[in-house]
Design a protein around this ligand. Structure first.
Ligand code: ATP
Ligand code: MG
Ligand code: ZN
Length: 233
């Protein structure tokens, strides 16, 4: 039976189908009759808008929790333009094989950070994006010993993206802490995504041979990306 109600969100009158009242039975559960009396208070249009808003809010909360920068809020694999063969390889590696670890090397703006952000946004709970600078800053500030900050989270994250590795040359003790992190993830077999625009030689100079050895074990796929600078439009 078609009935009418007024939506409490938009104030519009709307139709809805009221279930037929089942014939009374002596031992029937009262809730059956409650269903028959039920009147929706929100129209279907407002209900779907509310569901969409909730999905956007949940995605935003996950982005903040996973430390993905605002710029990459809407990054997804579908919107990544694979204009060169190596961009296609990078897309496939990060989208389909993140669990094996991926090392992305390439010039500024070719989409490295974009890709790893997609993986972190779509990864399991606790996935984390962190720039190498923020991680090293936390180590220098002493946040690595007290279970706080990025260091502790980066050790435990089921998927970690370490952005711009090699962008600075850490002092020995900071380098040791970075090695500790890589070694912990290596021992626990936890996947790592790395982006950089430094050559492997420069990375080796900056994080040391032991770190590089862990790194090559952690990132089974290495893609040398080429592509134009997406920041130039
Ligand atoms: N192939 C692409 N498809 C879609 N967007 C892209 C692509 N490449 C770059 N972009 C966009 O261009 C901007 C720069 O890309 P991104 O930050 O991923 O570059 P990057 O390779 O990490 O550069 P850098 O080495 O300077 O950090 C971002 O807004 C990103 O979303
Ligand atoms: Mg980047
Ligand atoms: Zn409505």
């Amino acid at each position: 039976m078609t009935d009418h109600a007024t939506c409490r969100e938009c104030g519009e009158r709307f139709d809805f189908e009221r279930p037929e009242r089942p014939p009374p039975a002596p031992d029937a559960d009262r809730s059956i009759f409650d269903v028959a009396r039920f009147t929706p208070t929100v129209c279907t249009a407002c209900e779907s808008t509310a569901a969409q808003l909730q999905a956007v809010e949940a995605r935003e909360a996950a982005r903040i929790e996973r430390n993905v920068p605002l710029r990459y809020r809407d990054a997804d694999f579908d919107s990544f333009r694979a204009a060169t063969p190596t961009q296609r390889l990078a897309l496939e590696a990060v989208r389909d094989h993140a669990g094996e670890g991926v090392f992305l090397l390439g010039p500024p703006g070719c989409g490295k950070t974009h890709l790893v952000c997609c993986a972190v946004l779509g990864g399991p709970d606790g996935s984390l994006f962190v720039s190498s600078t923020d991680l090293l800053d936390d180590i220098r500030a002493g946040f690595d010993g007290d279970g706080q900050g990025f260091f502790a989270r980066a050790k435990l994250a089921p998927l970690l993206a370490l952005d711009d590795l090699g962008s600075e040359n850490p002092k020995d003790w900071v380098r040791d802490r970075l090695y500790t992190l890589l070694n912990a993830r290596w021992n626990a077999n936890m996947p790592l995504l790395v982006t950089t625009n430094c050559t492997p030689q420069v990375i080796a100079e900056r994080i040391g041979a032991a770190g590089v050895s862990r790194l090559s074990g952690l990132c089974r796929r290495r893609i040398d990306m080429e592509g134009r600078d997406g920041r130039r439009g």
